[in-house]
Design a protein around this ligand. Structure first.
Ligand code: IMP
Ligand code: MG
Length: 184
C-alpha cells in the first residue's frame, strides 16, 4: 500500500475530529426535532456511522444506492437509483449523508427526487467537497473539508470499488495499485 498512497490528504485523526464537530453542530441545529439520516451507499457508509454517534437528537437510518453509470475515475453524467428508500419521508427531516460532492449531479438529482415526496426538510451533509468540479447548483449545508479537484480514495471512497476500508483519505498512485502486482 505504501507506494499506492501518493499523498495522505486527511488523516484518520482529522476525520474523527471533524466528524465530531459536525455532529455537535447538527445536534444544535436540529434541537427538538428527529432526523432521518439518509446514507448514500456505498461511499457514505463510514462517514454516516461515525457522524451518527455524535448526534444527540433521535435518529433513524435509511439507505439509498445511487450510481452514475460506469466505473471510471470521473462521474459520467447520468444518475440511476439502484436501491430506493425503505420508508415514506413525508413530514420528516431528512439529512442526506454523502462522502463527496464533485459535479453535484448526484445530489442535484436526488434532492429534486426527494422533494417530491413531501419531507419537512432536506439538508445535505458531506465529508468532502470539490467546489472546482461543480457543474450542477446545489446548496450544501454541512461540509467537512473542501479539497482540490483530485481523485481521492479511502474512508468510504473507492478506487474501482476497492479500498473503501482505508481509514484516511488519500490520493492514489494508480500504477502502484497492489492488486496489479503478483500475489504475495
Ligand atoms: P457528483 O455527482 O459528480 O457530485 O459525484 C458524486 C459521486 O462521485 C460521489 O458520491 C462518489 O461516489 C464519486 N466521486 C466523486 N469524486 C470522487 C473521488 O475523488 N473519489 C472517489 N469517488 C468520487
Ligand atoms: Mg463512487
Amino acid at each position: 500500500m505504501e507506494k499506492f498512497v501518493k499523498e495522505v490528504l486527511i488523516s484518520e485523526e482529522e476525520i474523527r475530529e471533524k466528524t465530531k464537530e459536525l455532529g455537535q453542530q447538527i445536534s444544535k441545529d436540529y434541537e427538538g426535532k428527529d432526523i432521518l439520516l439518509l446514507c448514500i451507499l456505498k461511499g457514505g457508509i463510514m462517514f454516516m456511522t461515525e457522524l451518527s454517534k455524535h448526534i444527540d437528537v433521535p435518529v433513524e437510518f435509511d439507505f439509498m444506492v445511487v450510481s452514475s453509470y460506469g466505473n471510471e475515475l470521473k462521474s459520467s453524467g447520468e444518475v440511476k437509483i439502484i436501491k430506493d428508500l425503505d420508508q415514506s419521508i413525508k413530514d420528516k427531516h431528512v439529512l442526506i449523508v454523502e462522502d463527496i460532492i464533485d459535479t453535484g449531479l448526484t445530489l442535484n438529482y436526488l434532492c429534486d427526487y426527494l422533494k417530491g415526496r413531501g419531507p419537512a426538510s432536506i439538508k445535505i451533509c458531506t465529508l468532502l467537497d470539490k467546489p472546482e468540479g461543480r457543474e450542477n447548483p446545489i446548496e450544501v449545508d454541512y461540509i467537512g473539508y473542501s479539497i482540490p479537484n483530485k481523485f481521492v480514495v479511502g474512508y468510504g471512497l473507492d478506487f474501482e470499488e476497492y479500498y473503501r476500508n482505508v481509514p484516511y483519505i488519500f490520493v492514489p498512485n494508480p500504477e502502484e495499485d497492489p492488486r496489479k502486482r503478483g500475489s504475495k
